[in-house]
Design a protein around this ligand. Structure first.
Ligand code: PAF
Length: 282
């Protein structure tokens, strides 16, 4: 595995692979890798049919709000390097913040509307930071395929919109959520949970299972589904609901009834840690 830090070196490596007829799969991450990230690599290779895989590790400052966990966000490059190598990554891109955002940088990319709902209500600048950095990364890496996890479904749907709106020459794929044995969605932020919070954290996936079971029994009303989810989560002492949303996957607008492609998503504070999870009904 080659480690590339300079943006020019990354682009040059990709162009050489392309010249050799290789198909490049890209997995952007903020590091502190867990099996969820590694499953994205596998997905790029199998579903994306990629012969070369690139992973980036960059804790992107512009997607953190002023009072969020940018400084505290877990980082361990040496551990990540080993895991990436074991996962069969060919090139690890590890840029410096000054290169990604040079002193006079003034350009942001924003998908209107979709970034202001759901997670965007409490994190109003988050998705602007995500689309800006993903745009930069795609321009630097020039992959054929980029893979994102379903856990961040809102992020994926916004990126998909951006790629389509800007005619970006890349295929974006969404890989399924990887869960712990009890159902908790894997996340780098799970390390913040104390043992009691860790127990309560399972209420997110349980609430989604309740909704899924109700839908399987014919329930389609969003309010009845969200009420049942809310009731379940509120039984857990350390849980405080940020939002529960049932939306159309195309535009993230709320829907009154479950329809062909609906996203049921929620964000819940467990103690001080904000966790997200979702299911897609299709
Ligand atoms: O999902 C993430 O880890 C980040 O939002 C991403 C896509 C790497 C952009 O910083």
């Amino acid at each position: 595995m080659i480690i590339l830090q300079r943006t020019e070196d990354m682009t040059q490596w990709s162009r050489e692979q392309r010249a050799r007829g290789k198909r490049i799969g890209f997995v952007p991450t903020m590091g502190f890798l867990h099996p969820g990230h590694l499953s994205l690599v596998e997905f790029a290779k199998i579903q994306g049919r990629c012969s070369q895989t690139v992973m980036s590790i960059f804790v992107n400052p512009t997607q953190f709000g002023p009072n969020e966990d940018f400084e505290k966000y877990p980082r361990d490059f040496e551990r990540d390097r080993k895991l990436a190598e074991q996962a069969g990554i060919d090139a690890l891109f590890y840029p410096a913040a000054d290169d990604m955002y040079e002193k006079f940088a003034r350009t942001f990319v924003e998908v209107e509307g979709m970034g202001k709902v759901m997670c965007g209500v409490t994190r109003p600048t988050h998705f602007r930071g995500v689309t800006t950095v993903v745009n930069k990364l795609l321009n630097i890496v020039e992959p054929h395929v980029a893979v994102f996890g379903q856990k961040d479904a809102q992020q994926f749907l916004i990126i998909k919109r951006m790629v389509q709106d800007l005619f970006m020459p890349v295929e974006v794929l969404m890989a399924p959520i990887v869960r712990e044995n009890d159902g908790l969605a894997m996340s780098s932020r799970n390390v913040y949970l104390n043992p009691n919070e860790r127990k309560d954290a399972v209420c997110l996936s349980q609430a989604l299972n309740i909704a899924q079971a109700m839908i399987a029994h014919g329930e389609t009303h969003s309010t009845r589904l969200t009420d049942a989810m809310r009731m379940h989560i509120e039984k857990h002492a350390s849980a405080r609901i940020d939002y529960i949303a049932i939306v159309d996957t195309e535009n993230l607008l709320p829907i009154l009834q479950i329809q062909k492609s609906s996203l049921i998503a929620l964000a819940v504070y467990i103690g001080k840690t904000r966790l997200i999870d979702n299911i897609i009904i299709s």
